[in-house]
Design a protein around this ligand. Sequence first.
Ligand SMILES: [Ca+2]
Ligand SMILES: [Ca+2]
Ligand SMILES: [Ca+2]
Length: 244
Amino acid sequence: MPRPTLLALACLGALALAAAPEPRFERRTITTDFFSEGCAVGDLDGDGRPDLVAGPHWYAGPDFRVRHTFAANPGRPYDALGYSESFVQLVADLDGDGKPDVITVGFPGKETFWYRNPGAGGTGRWTRHLFLASTDNESPHLTDLDGDGKPELVCMSGGAVGYAKLDPADPTKPARFIPVSAPEPKKYARFTHGSAWATSTATAGPTSWSAPAGGKTRRRARPRARLGASTPSPSPRAATAGRR
Ligand SMILES: [Ca+2]
Ligand SMILES: [Ca+2]
Ligand SMILES: [Ca+2]
């Protein structure tokens, strides 16, 4: 009986890959109201299905037809030709009660607030807490930089790259901003674009990058640090792309 060759096995593998169905995507209009520049996904009502956060509202998955409002003063939709006061939205459990909370990064240079998930399917009263009084950079994100199991907000503030850390004993108090760069307010400003992070496998310290608008990417890292695993997003690939 003839033995399969490596080439034949490779061909079978290629056929299997070719036969894998491509995912199909369907566009749905959830709302035509412009409340936020960004949105976020998380299971806010605890039913095991992802929900969508946009501005002061969240939409219950999987059909996203029911809209709930978590902000006390949701206001009116913004002009779609202008900007929203809500720039970036994130979902994470900030107080450690097992229920995902909502973080709203406001217009660059302004406040970041977080809203505590009240439970009861996310339909109770969400209390608002100040996260950081002035958040610069147009794309802050959350990650556990110091490995304590609590996420920090990677951003810029006061002219420096850094991160905002909530007090684990009382996350309802405003966060402490910890700079990781020297102050360079002309480069690290409210409208600076882009930032990324990755975990170094060669050293114990985190590495962060930022890309000032129209300028070269800045890197703050220990020497010879190597990109490694990073959870959650962005991936090391995203961090690498940010270095261009
Ligand atoms: Ca859900
Ligand atoms: Ca929580
Ligand atoms: Ca942490």
